[in-house]
Write a protein that binds this ligand. Sequence first.
Ligand code: HEM
Length: 280
Amino acid sequence: MKLATIEAMWETEPAPAAFNVVAWPDMERRENLFAVEVPYGMGLIATRSLTGEIPGINELVDESKDRIRQGALAWQAMQQIRENPRDVDPDVRETFLQNQHTLGYAYLLLPFTDDPVNATNEQIDDAAWSAVPNVWPMFYAFRIMVACGFFFIVLTAVFFYYTSAMKLEHVRQNRRWLLHIAVWSIPLPWIASEMGWFVAEYGRQPWIIEGMLPTSAAVSSLSVTEVLLTLSGFVALYSALLVIEIALMLKYIKKGPDDGTWPDQGRTVAAAGAVPVAAE
Ligand code: HEM
């Protein structure tokens, strides 16, 4: 499902599937309003073959519906076993054992009904679609990360060329825009990491363990106040550290590079980072 949402693949396409470079995914209509495709691209990247099929979101949702129905049987059997754990009816036990691998899916129903076994088709539909992360942020967060990745490769190659050809002075005099790009690129690895982390974590919702344990069934019992207090503590601590760090960095930037002398004692330093030695 994560892969299907990253690629905004609503339908299972005949292998090898096309790769959507740019698309406008619409969650309401459950389709892409437009897409620029590279034929065969997705099939080759994801399956490394011309024959491997990649299931689309709609097909995965249909599979989820079957698992939800099956999971509801396991859920009901589990309730009966809990009521009378010392004397379990063999049929109930058998029902549980046969359907337990889909038990997690029954939990998807709990936000929509208290009675999973008698869930309506509409409730099952809602539960199955609740397991689809919003496609738009997945699609673009992934692409921003990958665009950053390819940009870094090109930038590194360009500067590798200029430094190994000893032409950095030429860059400084004639290609200053390259130095500007380098400086403005400093936040990009951070942005790429955040995007990657977002894809990994948001994309796996609503599961803590895929297909087994939904996040809603695994959250801790901490109150909102407790979470707010600890979060505020962390924010305050790290903000203070950030201010101190930036202040220290600015102080040492203003001081400038080491010219080899200790300003206060008039002693020279043998080499960068070496222990100061007495001046002659
Ligand atoms: C060259 C293009 C790149 C590709 C094809 C790529 C691919 C991926 C994929 C497929 C994931 C999802 C893993 C998952 O959901 O389980 C991911 C996660 C991630 N990526 Fe990228 N990535 C690229 C560039 C980058 C760059 C440049 C950075 C950072 C500088 C980055 C940082 C991350 C991070 C932090 C995660 C989350 C890892 C986790 O929490 O499990 N990625 N990447």
